[in-house]
Design a binder for this molecule. Structure first.
Ligand code: NAP
Length: 302
């Protein structure tokens, strides 16, 4: 039986693995894809302490994974389909049918991008509609693209896209951005970025490839079509918590509620990172919570 099973290999899970390993807990980290989570598709990280010149998302999580492995927690691929309380511990069933017994579980399943839910979005995903500028930006060299959203992701990725696209329209539903001020300033002073305020995307246009977006001005109701070859959607994230719904308490937006030790409402289950209900979703908070969760596991098992 494991001491701790960590579900999810983003910064929160990797930090939990590092601290669990150093506490000499018998641990396993399961990750669906490759370790890194959302940071893996982040071009550049400028606000993680210790890197005054910034660091690529890939390099940062690659180093985190190497450091976690060094202290003995195994990292392997696997998708959890069910967590069952059994006796003093848990039985975790993987999608391949494998059964893992563990005394405790740290849920670090992160979050996934939200969809716009408009006509054309699903049909044209991968054909001009994208949720990852780092992955798809280079395909739009010298083209015109739209970015939807006004948060940190939308503005940071719009700035990144200026490396490739000749024009970026940021379509935002209000007349004020949510993004942190330093990103706002950079975007406002970038001649390739134009803002379309108080507007929402009604439809993504195109047959087999994105050809444009239909925009509605929220104050006047006026509809207009904008010709673009790509649409990047960054309108927030949804927590990946369907696995634990019904097992532990979630908030009204489905993020996991914990105490300051990262303990959830069910003894033996802890949560850390973007799947957790909290005010600041950052790499720096995710790693702190992963460390705290592993510390709490060690403390509670003792
Ligand atoms: P976010 O902060 O929740 O922002 C989402 C944006 O999309 C908001 O501007 C919102 O508009 C807009 N929006 C939401 N639903 C919409 C809809 N249906 N149609 C049109 N627009 C819609 O999400 P995020 O930017 O993905 O960031 C997620 C978290 O990660 C945040 O906590 C963020 O700080 C963090 N993050 C940090 C960094 C960094 O530190 N560099 C980078 C990326 C992400 P309103 O403003 O009107 O609500």
């Amino acid at each position: 039986m494991l001491d701790v099973l960590i579900i999810g290999g983003g910064p929160a899970g990797l930090a939990a693995a590092l601290y669990a390993g150093r506490a000499q807990l018998k641990g396993l980290l399961l990750e669906k894809l490759s370790p890194g989570g959302q940071v893996l598709v982040t071009d550049f990280v400028e606000n993680y302490p210790g890197f005054p010149d910034g660091v690529t998302g890939f390099e940062l999580v690659d180093k985190m994974a190497q450091q976690a492995k060094k202290f003995g927690v195994e990292i392997k691929n696997g998708e959890v389909s069910e967590i069952k309380k059994e006796g003093h511990g848990f039985v975790v069933i993987l999608s391949n049918g494998e059964r893992i017994e563990t005394k405790t579980v740290i849920v670090a399943t992160g979050a996934t991008h939200r969809n716009l839910g408009v006509k054309g979005e699903r049909e044209l995903t991968g054909k001009g509609v994208s949720y990852c500028a780092t992955c798809d930006g280079p395909f739009f060299r010298d083209q015109e693209v739209a970015v939807v959203g006004g948060g940190d992701s939308a503005i940071q990725e719009a700035i990144f896209l200026t490396k490739f696209a000749k024009k970026i329209y940021v379509i935002h539903r209000r007349d004020e951005l949510r993004a942190v001020k330093i990103l706002q300033e950079r975007a406002f002073s970038n001649p390739k970025i134009e803002f379309i305020w108080d507007s929402v995307v009604e439809e993504i246009l195109g047959e087999n490839q994105v050809e444009g977006v239909r925009i509605r001005h929220v104050k006047t109701g006026a509809l207009s079509d904008l010709s673009v070859q790509g649409v990047f959607i960054f309108i927030g994230i949804e927590p990946n918590t369907s696995l634990v719904k019904g097992l532990i308490k979630l908030d009204d937006r489905n993020f996991i509620k914990t105490d300051e030790w990262m303990r959830t409402s069910l003894k033996g289950i802890y949560a850390a990172g973007d799947c957790r209900s909290k005010p600041l979703l950052q790499i720096v908070t995710a790693v702190a919570e992963g460390a705290t969760a592993a510390f709490a596991v060690q403390h509670d098992l003792e």
